[in-house]
Design a protein around this ligand. Structure first.
Ligand code: GLU
Length: 431
């Protein structure tokens, strides 16, 4: 039987797995199985020559028992309703692992390869119509239209979007502006991950990668592997992957391989992440870097190295390659990179996984700091943001380890036990 790669069903099966370890009343469990609310929207964009393309977007709100909903918005060809729902469930657990006063939300716009284009002859033109290739003007239009459609759901005390795959601080600025226009006054706290001048937090841009780095080091200490040759392979060169590469490099790791959506480069003597950033900015991909051999994304995952950082999309470690993973620690900067079946294989093979809801929680944690700073109108220096982040990541890691040791489960289930306990107790108290 082929492996189930539906992200929503994967997220549900992960929840099912904690049932033997956490006392969850049936009524509460059933509520956590589906999102509280999901909005599906359609909007049209004028591309050029007066053609119109229709886009679909979503905002899923999984569970608001602890507080307002929180989570990013992604722009990608593979965005589906089920993916957004899964990502919102993962946000609920991520916020709970970090003990943040939020529930999980997530949004996305499908940048389809097969768009619903009003003029059919232009389908070819839109075949790879990705955000990276779009003009800023089109991207701004899409962002504004999407924001207008989801505006009834969002707000500083309701649901607070943030960046995710292919979205950044400029997109947050447009979202904030569009929402503010709608209500008639400036509402910076409706989104996080904003540019600094609009109320963003220092350290937010680096926070996801910093959290991944901090938890990877904690994992190496815990497994007593810190003395080994420090090598890292990183799949994905977006916000999380590129900054993680820089942080590992600065800490004396050899970054032996890096990839982006077009492929990767490997050099066992180590790559220089800054040079790769320059090549990517100049040519559009790290594959044009000369000081290394080309390799595929799949090959990167199975390289011998101390730490593997999947920092791209879901379902990259599956039953097909889990047995071939040679890294000793996998630190999941991406959301959902490992399937449940692959999780079992990695665990059986002694690969230590820092699961996504812990490893990439630095982003939402500094989003929370941004939200606090905005509400208090009191802005912290970068060092204090980073220090608070580090302390919080370490504390969450230790709490997950406590469940890991107590229940003899894998690290993902341990993180779920810690998170689900918190959400369930909030649910019980509210009714
Ligand atoms: N998109 C990020 C995540 O998946 C950040 C979410 C946020 O800051 O709200 O965790």
């Amino acid at each position: 039987m082929s492996e189930n790669l539906n992200p929503k069903q994967i997220a549900q099966s992960q929840l099912l797995k904690v049932r033997p370890f956490v006392e969850i009343p049936e009524k509460i469990f059933l509520k956590l199985w589906e999102p509280e609310r999901i909005l599906k929207v359609r909007f049209a964009i004028t591309i050029d020559n007066n053609s119109e393309a229709l886009f679909l977007g979503y905002r899923s709100q999984h569970c608001s028992w602890i507080g307002p909903l929180k989570g990013g918005v992604r722009y990608h060809a593979d965005v589906t309703e089920d993916e957004v729902v899964a990502l919102s469930m993962w946000m609920t657990w991520k916020c709970a692992v970090m003990e943040l006063p939020y529930g999980g939300g997530k949004g996305g716009v499908t940048f389809s390869r097969d768009p619903m284009l009003v003029t059919p002859e232009r389908i070819e033109f839109l075949k790879d119509y990705f955000p990276k290739k779009m003009s800023r003007h089109v991207l701004e239009n899409i962002t504004r239209k999407f924001t207008e459609k989801i505006a009834p759901l969002i707000g500083p005390d309701k649901d607070i979007p943030a960046p995710d795959v292919n979205t950044d601080s400029q997109i947050m600025a447009w979202m904030m502006d569009e929402f503010s226009r709608g209500v008639g006054y400036t509402v910076p706290a409706v989104v996080t991950g904003k540019p600094i001048v609009l109320g963003g937090s220092l350290g937010r841009n680096e926070a996801t990668a910093r959290g991944t780095f901090i938890t990877a080091i904690k994992a190496l200490k815990y497994t007593k592997l810190l003395g080994e040759e420090k090598t890292v392979a990183i799949q994905g060169f977006g916000n999380a992957g590129s900054i993680a590469a820089r942080l590992f490099h600065e800490a004396g790791f050899k970054v032996i391989a890096i990839s982006d959506s077009k492929g990767g480069v490997v050099n066992s003597n180590g790559l220089n992440p800054r040079e790769l950033e320059a090549i990517k900015a100049e040519t559009g991909s790290v594959i044009n870097y000369k000081d290394g051999e080309r390799l595929s994304n799949e090959e990167l995952l199975t390289l011998p190295c101390l730490v593997l950082v999947p920092a791209a999309l879901e379902n990259v470690i599956t039953t097909k390659n889990a047995d071939d993973i040679k890294a000793k620690v996998v630190a999941e900067a991406a959301n959902g990179p490992t399937t449940p079946e692959a999780d079992e294989i990695l665990h059986a093979n002694g690969v230590f996984v820092v699961p996504d809801i812990l490893a990439n929680a630095g982003g939402v944690t500094v989003s929370y700091y941004e939200w606090i700073q905005g509400r208090e109108q009191d802005y912290w220096d970068e060092n204090s943001v980073n220090m608070r982040l580090e302390a919080r990541m370490k504390r969450a890691f230790d709490k997950v380890i406590a469940e890991y040791e107590k229940n003899t489960v894998n690290m993902r289930t341990a993180a779920y036990i810690h998170a689900v306990k918190r959400v369930v107790s909030a649910g019980k108290l509210r009714r």
